[in-house]
Ligand binder design. Structure first.
Ligand code: ATP
Ligand code: MG
Length: 288
C-alpha cells in the first residue's frame, strides 16, 4: 500500500480517452504510452487502474479502487453500493426503447405483454415496474438490435446516441428509459480515511474548475470609450467585465468571461455597437 488514491477508469472504450483527458486537464502528468493495466500520476498521489467498465462499480464497492469513472447506466445496472459524487458531462447517451419502423407506441402501457431484448435487465425491469407494465425481458449481452428481425423479441431497450444503429436494423426510437453520462463514484466509506479523503477533495476541486472552465469562454475586444456603456450592456458576463486603457486615446479593451453558447448571439450586436478586434479564447481552468 503506497497510500495513493486509486482511480478505476475504462481501459478501452467510449469513456477511456475522455477520462484521461479530464485527468490531464486537471494538471496530472500521466504516461499513457505503456500497455500496463496500472498507471501512475507523476505529480499527484494517484494510481489509475484500467478495467472493463462493467467491473468498475464492484471494484469501487469492494475498495480495490477508491474512486472510479463510469457511465451512470453501468452504475444503475450493476446495483453496486457506491456513492455517485459528480456528473462529468461526457459519455452522454440514452437508454431507449427501440421499435420496428412501421409500428407506433402511443404510451408506455403499449409495452404490456410484449417481449423486450436488452443488456440492461435491471434498469428496464425497474422502469416497467414503476410504470406498472408487465412485459417479458430477454437478456442479451450484445447485438441487441438484431433481436426483432430474428423474431426473438418485439422491441429492444438499448443505448442510443444518434439512432444510426437502430436505423440500420429497421428500428426507430420510442421512449427514453434512462439518461446517462459519465460520473465519478467513490467507495461509501472513503470519508473515514482522512488521507484518501484529502486527496479526493483536492482532485474534486480540480475537476470542478475544469468543468466550469469548459462552460465558459474568455471574450476580448477593443471599444471606443464613448461606446463602452452600450457594449457592456450587450455582454452576458458572469462577472463585471474588466476594462483596461489602451495606448490609443479614446479606446479601451474590454475582457469578460461569458457562457459558451452565447457568443454567436451577441457578436453582431457587439460589432454594431463599435467593438473591434473581437477575440474568443478557451479557458483552461476557472477557480471560483
Ligand atoms: P468494456 O469493454 O469496457 O466493457 P463496453 O463495450 O461495455 O466496454 P462502451 O461501448 O465503451 O462499453 O461504452 C461505455 C459507456 O459509454 C456506456 O456504459 C455508456 O455510459 C457510454 N456510451 C454508450 N454508448 C454511447 C454513445 N453512443 N455515445 C456516448 N456514450 C455512450
Ligand atoms: Mg462493458
Amino acid at each position: 500500500m503506497n497510500g495513493n488514491l486509486k482511480l478505476a477508469i475504462q481501459r478501452k472504450g467510449r469513456l477511456s480517452d475522455k477520462s484521461l483527458e479530464l485527468l490531464k486537464a486537471c494538471g496530472l502528468e500521466i504516461d499513457t504510452y505503456s500497455n500496463k493495466l496500472l498507471l501512475s500520476a507523476k505529480n499527484f498521489k494517484l494510481d489509475i487502474l484500467l478495467l472493463r467498465d462493467d467491473d468498475i462499480p464492484e471494484y469501487v464497492q469492494d475498495g480495490v479502487a477508491d474512486i472510479g469513472i463510469v457511465g451512470q447506466d453501468v452504475i444503475a445496472e450493476d446495483r453496486a453500493e457506491v456513492t455517485e459524487i459528480k456528473k462529468l458531462g461526457f459519455g452522454k447517451c440514452k437508454l431507449m426503447i427501440g421499435i420496428p419502423e412501421r409500428e407506433e407506441l402511443a404510451s408506455i402501457k403499449d409495452l404490456e405483454g410484449k417481449t423486450i431484448a436488452t443488456s440492461f435487465p435491471n434498469i428496464l425491469g425497474d422502469y416497467l415496474t414503476e410504470n406498472e407494465v408487465k412485459a417479458k425481458i430477454i437478456e442479451l449481452s450484445g447485438s441487441v438490435e438484431i433481436a426483432p428481425s430474428l423474431g426473438v423479441a418485439n422491441y429492444i431497450c438499448d443505448l442510443v446516441s444518434t439512432g444510426t444503429t437502430l436505423k440500420l436494423n429497421q428500428l426507430k426510437k420510442s421512449f427514453t428509459v434512462f439518461e446517462s453520462q459519465a460520473a465519478l463514484i467513490s467507495r461509501n466509506n472513503i470519508n473515514g480515511d482522512e488521507a484518501k479523503q484529502k486527496l479526493l477533495t483536492n482532485l474534486l476541486s480540480r475537476i470542478d474548475s475544469v468543468l466550469s472552465a469548459k462552460k465558459s469562454n474568455y471574450l476580448m475586444m477593443n471599444v471606443p470609450s464613448a461606446k463602452l456603456e452600450k457594449v457592456v450592456e450587450i455582454i452576458p458576463s458572469l462577472k463585471s467585465p474588466t476594462v483596461l486603457p489602451l495606448a490609443e486615446e479614446g479606446m479601451v479593451a474590454v475582457h469578460a468571461v461569458i457562457p459558451n453558447e452565447t457568443f454567436w448571439n451577441i457578436v453582431d450586436d457587439l460589432k454594431l455597437a463599435g467593438a473591434s478586434g473581437i477575440l474568443l479564447l478557451p479557458i483552461e481552468n476557472m477557480i471560483a
